[in-house]
Design a protein around this ligand. Structure first.
Ligand SMILES: Nc1ncnc2c1ncn2[C@@H]1O[C@H](COP(=O)(O)OP(=O)(O)OP(=O)(O)O)[C@@H](O)[C@H]1O
Length: 290
């Protein structure tokens, strides 16, 4: 079952077409990382899923209901951390958590109190006096206190230090395992994403240019090196070569699902040596943005 289904969704602001015919599914229990450069449309996509924005065209279903008409019963099963939120800043930390909990029948006060202490939030502090990182921790606790079925997070770790980022990732893994919570989150911190995400979607120029399981994507994109003592031809009969760089005796390219039989044949034909270099997600992201 998919908790989110987006089909041919487009969204513009005035004349600016931000999302162009996007389709994306988030299966139950999956943790999907949404990547893209600044302004790629990640926040827009997340807000469309939450019914905070309306798509110009296409269809978005969240837990089998149209995203634009989410019922209170569905909203009760959602958790959301916005990129930036300054609402209710006059409240105290404990006061805000109690206030948030009052909206949910399944609010887990024991877990919330434990997290508040573990993440070093003083219950008496005023929200307006918290640092950005402390506000982010508070927003995360507000979003997970009711053990949501679907968690949508917009750059949830941007202001957290490495220790707290690690803690947060651990918490996310626990929630995912214990409650089978599905998570869709945007981030620029790829190392965190590699620790927790099962799936990846990369937004670029209004489209999803790459989508799949993290393992499949790492298998799909590799770097091919071809070296020879004699000059190499500039055109090679290998499908799926992207961003080819030449020097006389060395070819270097991003290769999508390269055919190893064709490459072996080339090695013999050109008296060359091929080397396949596995890539990390950060390399793949950078290569796909060249
Ligand atoms: N309410 C709005 N009105 C007009 N333009 C908007 C609005 N919200 C976003 N945009 C524009 O849409 C584009 C996508 O913005 P969005 O916030 O979705 O990107 P993002 O991928 O989340 O960026 P970042 O990584 O910087 O947070 C940007 O060019 C932005 O300026």
């Amino acid at each position: 079952m998919n908790l989110i289904e987006m089909e041919n969704v487009s969204k513009s602001y005035g004349k600016q077409n931000v999302l162009d015919n996007i389709s994306l599914n988030l299966p139950q229990g999956h943790v999907m990382g949404l990547l893209g450069q600044n302004g790629a449309g990640k926040t827009t996509l997340l807000k469309l899923c939450l019914g905070l924005l309306k798509a110009d065209s296409g269809n978005i279903q969240v837990m089998d209901a149209p995203a634009w008409e989410l019922t209170p019963a569905i909203k009760e099963q959602l958790g959301y951390v916005a990129q930036k939120s300054d609402t209710l800043h006059w409240m105290g930390v404990r006061q805000l958590l109690d206030y948030t909990g009052a909206f949910y029948r399944k609010w887990d006060n024991t877990k919330v109190t434990a997290l508040m202490h573990r993440w070093q939030l003083d219950p008496k502090s005023k929200v307006s006096d918290l640092s950005e990182g402390q506000k982010q921790r508070l927003a995360i606790i507000q979003a997970i206190g009711h053990n949501p079925k679907l968690l949508i997070l917009d750059e949830p770790v941007a202001s957290l230090d490495p220790v707290l980022r690690r803690e947060f990732i651990r918490e996310l893994i626990d929630i995912n395992i214990e409650n089978n919570t599905s998570v869709l989150f945007s981030t620029h911190i790829l190392s965190d994403l590699e620790r927790v995400a099962s799936d990846i979607a990369i937004l670029r120029q209004g489209h999803i240019c790459c989508q799949g399981s993290l393992d499949d994507i790492k298998e799909r994109y590799v770097r091919l090196h071809l070296r020879s003592n004699s000059p190499l031809p500039r055109e090679l009969p290998v499908q799926g070569l992207l961003h080819v760089e030449y020097s006389a005796h060395h070819l270097r390219a991003l290769a999508e699902n390269p055919d190893m039989e064709v490459i072996s044949a080339l090695e013999k034909q050109l008296n060359a040596t091929a080397h396949i270099e596995p890539l990390g997600l950060d390399d793949i992201f950078l290569e796909l943005h060249k």
